[in-house]
Design a protein around this ligand. Structure first.
Ligand code: HEC
Length: 105
């Protein structure tokens, strides 16, 4: 009898967790709208990479970087820097810019 009760409790815990997952998805959908990767890049990156991210002086073009680097590699450069590029953004902003740049091919 005790065992049956436990199964019941476990069963409903899993059921509740599944419902909670649905809420998380709604939150993630809202989050996707929040930081605008393109807008952030146009503010934070153009001083080195050029007004259209076409590259200038010592900084390479990144308006086609999605054809060379994956989203994770771009995120790594943004958060940690590379060569003469300093770490530039963190967290959600960095992720939004990396996601947008990965589509620029
Ligand atoms: C202070 C100047 C500076 C700023 C600001 C800057 N970068 Fe850079 N970035 C560079 C330089 C210089 C390189 C070349 C690094 C190397 O390979 O030695 C580079 C390289 C990169 C690369 C690698 C390109 C490749 O083909 O390997 C990416 C991606 C990149 N930058 C993205 C960004 C993004 C996104 C931002 C804005 C959040 C940004 N950078 C802001 C100077 C800058």
């Amino acid at each position: 009898m005790k065992k049956a009760m436990l199964t019941l409790v476990f069963g409903s815990a899993i059921f509740l967790a599944a419902c909670g997952g649905g809420d998380d998805k709604e939150k993630a959908d809202q989050g996707a709208k929040a930081p605008d990767g393109e807008a952030i890049a146009m503010k934070s990156c153009i001083m080195c990479h050029g007004g259209e991210l076409q590259g200038q002086a010592n900084a390479p073009a990144i308006n086609d970087v999605g054809s060379r680097l994956s989203e994770e590699e771009i995120l790594d450069v943004i958060e940690n820097g590379k060569g003469k590029m300093p770490p530039s953004l963190k967290g959600e902003d960095a992720k939004a810019v990396a996601a947008w740049l990965a589509t620029q091919k």
